[in-house]
Design a protein around this ligand. Sequence first.
Ligand SMILES: Nc1ncnc2c1ncn2[C@@H]1O[C@H](COP(=O)(O)OP(=O)(O)OP(=O)(O)O)[C@@H](O)[C@H]1O
Ligand SMILES: [Mg+2]
Length: 414
Amino acid sequence: MTALEIQTPEVFRPLLEPSRYKGAFGGRGSGKSHFFAELAIERCLTRSGSRGVCIREVQRSLKDSAKLLLEDKIRSLGVSDSFNIKHDSIETPGGGLITFAGMQDHTADSILSLENQDWAWCEEAQGMSSRSIELLRPTIRAQGSEIWFSWNPRSADDPVDQLLRGQDVPPDAIVVSANWSDNPFFPPELEAERMFDRAHKAARYGHVWEGQYEPMVADAIWTRTVIANNRRENLPVLGRIVVAIDPAGSSGGDEHGIVVVGRCSETNEGYVLEDGSMSGTPSQWSERAIALCDKWSADSIVAETNYGGDMVEQTIRTARSDVRVIQVRASRGKHVRAEPIAALYSLGRVHHAAQFDQLEDQMCQMTASGFSGKGSPDRVDALVWGLTELFPAMVQRPTREVRRVPMGAGSWMS
Ligand SMILES: Nc1ncnc2c1ncn2[C@@H]1O[C@H](COP(=O)(O)OP(=O)(O)OP(=O)(O)O)[C@@H](O)[C@H]1O
Ligand SMILES: [Mg+2]
């Protein structure tokens, strides 16, 4: 009998024991994906007919899945003869099969097709909804079956953190924390990335590389959980799309907030489609805005014009003469404008079509008393202007006009 040699980093050793739940959480490049990929191959080689499923919350295509990594592992471990790689699955020794699934494609009924799995591996599990985890747990029920989670923690409120790091962790769970420094295979390319982030992205470094929760502000009007739970990668038909710009004032190093948002007229829900914010000259931001208009077939550009309305409109028209520009002017504080929009999020009516790290960081630092982050929240401003244009009823308040009536020499007061 030949033996398979696998070099497992020390940090993952506890996960080699049988256990109903296994979890590895930590920052980028800690070897989590490679470890579970090897564990999957090992399990298929040692349990004849083993069926496994690699799960993500959203899997738009097989490219999003762990399939390529498993194929590489099969080759690098020299066990290609034992597996048969198919287009969308991998046949394993003894008639087993590895498949790849997105939880958002499953219903309570369709999930039953996973009932006889021997193992399930949830990759990037920080993105899993509680619905998905609760559907999955009773489904994976074959004798001795295991559920594995690998993730980069975002928030203690995320369902996977509550399950495996919360108050009532199941007794048969083994969970390890792994970071780059635990990975003996940590490649020089990632080391260069890490050093760069440490020098230039200090605010996010602890989260990205050391497995810490995302920086949070206590009384923020948006939370990571609300944003994450409302993420939808599949877009409906959108009735209106606008590009919203909050140009930075001429001085200072602030960015120009440029955010594309749309509204689905059928469901009355908003979608944040792209964050194209940037620093640069007026002609650069106007060109970016026009390019985004074309890309998304937006019907107009919504521009904050506090720094000179005609100048902003002129700048846009120089880039494209026939674009519709809606000028908006701030008369209330940023957080006051933001609150009705944050309320729409709480109602589950605004979705992010992708993960917008910098925009979402700014959102989660907006509090009822102002922005608690560094600099100016330009991305949030643009977002709020765009969604305010698409959801006017949310923010309309009865207005009153203050009129100044000249009282000349003939009035009774004089
Ligand atoms: N067992 C291994 N054999 C060979 N190389 C490995 C192994 N484990 C990790 N590596 C190397 O370390 C890098 C990071 O590992 P991996 O992608 O598994 O980390 P991760 O924790 O899943 O990170 P992320 O959070 O970015 O997905 C890999 O790209 C690979 O170069
Ligand atoms: Mg990974």
